[in-house]
Unconditional design. Structure first.
Length: 267
């Protein structure tokens, strides 16, 4: 059976371990059975690897240093983690999450935190080009800075995608022009998010991915709760409504786009 893919979730998150097998069963009953992870830091990579042993080919490994993790660690700790990442990246399908998150609650309004995030983003871009892995980008309140860095350093041949894209149509164009795909999740399902709905209108289906970012970013139906993997269906339904195609078509195309990006066989 050809199972659909969630392009981005965090099954190694410590908050979800007790409910995970129930979530996977529920998602599978809806036809969703491949889950590309978002990497956070070394401990998370270890937990992803453990999960992959348990759930084998249903889990796509993604190792990287998340801007949150970078913000919470010293530069020397980050550099040490970079060495570890370089030594382990060949075990993963994708490199990420990497990028920039300049929200004041992450940077604590500290310029040096922004500089540290920039350095680690540049180091991971450089690594992506020698390890031949597509990038999973996390970019929040730093679109212009991220684009500048991407242009300066260049992207790997495999390119990658911006996860949980939540910007305008114009910002979407700027990422598409650089060959990146855009992945949308729970925020698209919010009734008041007209800006993102308009952006989705202009993103070709061949450049679009869908994700849950589980357990974060729940759609309205799970507001205030952990976001289960089954909400991928709601994201697909909203994309289908905007693009005037069927939900199945959205799930099929997003799964195909992801598998092509990761160079996985389609079955
Ligand atoms: Zn994530």
């Amino acid at each position: 059976m050809n199972l659909w893919a969630d392009s981005h979730c965090h099954m190694a998150d410590l908050r979800v371990q007790s409910c995970l097998s129930g979530w996977i069963d529920k998602a599978e009953s809806l036809g969703i059975g491949y889950f590309l992870q978002g990497g956070v830091g070394p401990d998370d990579w270890d937990r992803q690897s453990e999960l992959a042993k348990q759930f084998n080919d249903r889990i796509g490994l993604c190792f990287g240093l998340h801007p949150y993790w970078v913000a919470d660690h010293s530069l020397s700790e980050c550099e040490e983690a970079m060495d570890l990442l370089a030594s382990r990246i060949d075990q993963a399908q994708a490199l990420g999450e990497t990028g920039l998150d300049f929200r004041p609650r992450i940077t604590k309004d500290d310029e040096s935190c922004k500089e540290k995030q920039i350095s680690l983003f540049e180091m991971q871009l450089e690594l992506s080009k020698v390890c031949h892995r597509p990038l999973v980008l996390h970019i929040v309140q730093a679109h212009d800075e991220a684009l500048k860095i991407l242009d300066l350093w260049g992207l790997p041949l495999q390119k990658g995608f911006v996860h949980s894209f939540n910007g305008s149509a114009q910002k979407a164009e700027e990422f598409l022009e650089r060959g990146l795909l855009l992945s949308v999740g729970g925020p698209l399902v919010r009734a008041d998010n007209q800006r993102l709905k308009q952006a989705v209108q202009i993103i070709p289906l061949e450049k679009l991915l869908i994700e849950t970012d589980s357990p974060d970013q729940p759609p309205e139906s799970f507001q205030g709760q952990l976001n289960p993997l089954s909400t991928l269906k709601e994201v697909a339904e909203e994309v289908a409504r905007i693009k005037k195609v069927s939900t199945t078509e959205v799930l099929d195309i997003s799964t195909r786009n992801l598998k092509q990006l990761l160079n996985l066989k389609e079955n």
